[in-house]
Ligand binder design. Structure first.
Ligand code: DCC
Length: 154
């Protein structure tokens, strides 16, 4: 399963710092389906996203991009499970209920991150996802995320 339009560009009214097209100062990550229940995101860090040592990426930025990539995946999946095009009709929104990250290796600031998310469980109120974050061919972080459905006016 592939698509040319990023999930974030199909969701309306999103001002999120990590993934909102409507946030001028945000990170503007873009996520795409690759297979059934799997999405991918490539993110290019900026120099000011560093961890202190200028060559490594800040862990909070890593958490943000994992959070946004997985929650946007849950939102898109919510539409698909309802038989609707992503972003059509009443809003389907999810928020982060739990974000459990293991930092395995430093990620370089001058190298793109690859995020790969897999939906491992879904029910009407929540979606569980696994996400790997890699940089320069090395697994730098892995996470388990629980996205919980919230009202469209949340
Ligand atoms: C929106 C922008 C869109 C547009 C933007 C798109 C992407 C944005 C990406 C970034 C997202 C964020 O940063 S969001 C910001 C950070 N997150 C937050 O501020 C959330 C604050 N917490 C809350 O509002 C609430 O606690 C919720 C929504 C998480 C849960 O509400 P609730 O009313 O208590 O849920 P409840 O019915 O009890 O539970 C439903 C199911 O979820 C499970 N569950 C509930 N809370 C948790 C939890 N913390 N950890 C694990 N699991 C949980 C329950 O066991 C249950 O499972 P079962 O019995 O059904 O199995």
């Amino acid at each position: 399963m592939t698509q040319e339009t990023a999930i974030q560009d199909q969701i309306q009214g999103n001002h999120c710092f990590g993934c909102g097209p409507d946030n001028d100062q945000g990170l503007h990550i873009k996520s795409y389906w690759t297979e059934k229940d799997q999405t991918r995101c490539e993110f290019f860090p900026s120099a000011h996203h560093n961890a202190g040592p200028a060559q490594y990426l800040n862990g909070g930025i890593m958490a943000t991009v994992i959070d946004c990539h997985t929650v946007c995946t849950a939102i898109a999946d919510g539409y698909l499970q309802s038989g609707r095009a992503v972003g059509s009709g009443d809003r389907i929104w999810y928020a982060t209920g739990n974000l459990d990250i293991k930092y395995l290796a430093p990620a370089r600031i001058d190298t793109p991150l690859i995020l790969e998310a897999t939906i491992t469980e879904r029910s009407p109120r929540k979606t569980v996802l696994h996400c790997n974050l890699s940089s320069d061919g090395r697994l730098c972080a892995k996470a388990e995320v629980i996205a919980v459905r919230v009202p469209g006016d949340w």
